[in-house]
Design a binder for this molecule. Structure first.
Ligand SMILES: CC(C)=CC(=O)SCCNC(=O)CCNC(=O)[C@H](O)C(C)(C)COP(=O)(O)OP(=O)(O)OC[C@H]1O[C@@H](n2cnc3c(N)ncnc32)[C@H](O)[C@@H]1OP(=O)(O)O
Length: 256
């Protein structure tokens, strides 16, 4: 598939999707989001891919939705056409783990896109923010909800109400980013995570992802029930048999 605004390459068991619109700091215009959705679905369907890495440039993961494209939009067309609709939420429909490898600016829709991924690995120059308030709008792709759940009300409120950016170190401390690594190590570290996942039991990985993501959607009791069903369903899988046999036999498991 030929794309104009993203690049896709396979590195070992990982599909690396790179946002590539440098002149606009990877601003997320309609075309880019359409291409991203297609690339994500293709990687999800590819049996050779165990995990997906979504990244940008050293200067910007993405500086948000394309302001120049949004400038002329008016209600009620915005509501009737919901431009932040299916194409923005494609990443939420992907069943394989999606790692956001974030360097530089992750602002507005860029921060929201990163938060829709399963984990955020941050380069030490990453800057997260929801600066929509400076444009006379508010976050529209889940920022007010996901950021608040990730870092708590007070920190999220300060960022959303003032547009203040958060450094990579602060993002790690607050629980937004899993880890901070030197910018030069960002992709290699993301590839290491993908490699580790690729060596595990695929059904267990898929169910682990489903269970953790359910924590954002379900009340505790329902979430625990879902986890229990998934957990019990793994017994008898090749992965469970191999994993437990390997432990008992004091050897490394080999998952297919
Ligand atoms: C998802 C929803 C519902 C909403 C949103 O996401 S709203 C957008 C939120 N994001 C922002 O408000 C960030 C906007 N960008 C900036 O504030 C700055 O560009 C910066 C702080 C990220 C970087 O500043 P810097 O001085 O280093 O670079 P610039 O000269 O400002 O930008 C370079 C180049 O990129 C264009 N650009 C940057 N961000 C966007 C954007 N979000 N949409 C469209 N274009 C963007 C910028 O205009 C410039 O290009 P030109 O020189 O051709 O104008």
């Amino acid at each position: 598939m030929a794309y104009e605004m993203i690049e896709v390459e396979t590195q070992g068991p990982a599909a690396v999707i790179r946002l590539n619109r440098p002149a606009a700091l990877n601003a997320l215009c309609d075309q880019l989001m359409q291409e991203l959705g297609q690339a994500l679905r293709a990687a999800d369907a590819d049996p050779a891919v165990a995990a997906i890495i979504l990244t940008g440039s050293e200067k910007a993961f993405a500086a948000g939705a394309d302001i120049k494209e949004m400038q002329a939009r008016r209600f009620p067309d915005t509501y009737l056409n919901d431009f932040i609709g299916a194409s923005w939420e494609a990443v939420l429909t992907i069943r394989k783990p999606v790692i956001a490898a974030v360097a530089g600016f992750a602002l507005g829709g860029g921060c929201e896109l990163a938060m829709m991924c399963d984990m955020i690995l941050a380069a030490d120059n990453a800057k997260f923010g929801q600066p929509e308030i400076n444009l006379g709008i508010i976050p529209g792709a889940g920022g007010s909800q996901r950021l608040t759940r990730a870092i708590g009300k007070s920190k999220a409120m300060e960022m959303v109400l003032t547009g203040r950016m958060m450094s990579a170190e602060d993002a790690e401390r607050a629980g937004l980013a899993a880890r901070v690594v030197p910018v030069a190590d960002l992709l290699p570290e993301a590839l290491k995570i993908a490699g580790k996942i690729a060596g595990l039991s695929a059904p267990a990985v898929a169910m682990a992802k489903e269970a953790v993501n359910a924590a954002f959607e379900l009340p505790l009791r329902e979430g625990v029930r879902l986890e229990r069903r998934l957990f019990l369903g793994l017994f008898g899988t090749e992965g469970q048999q191999e994993g437990m046999a390997a432990f008992v036999e004091k050897r490394k498991p080999v998952f297919k």
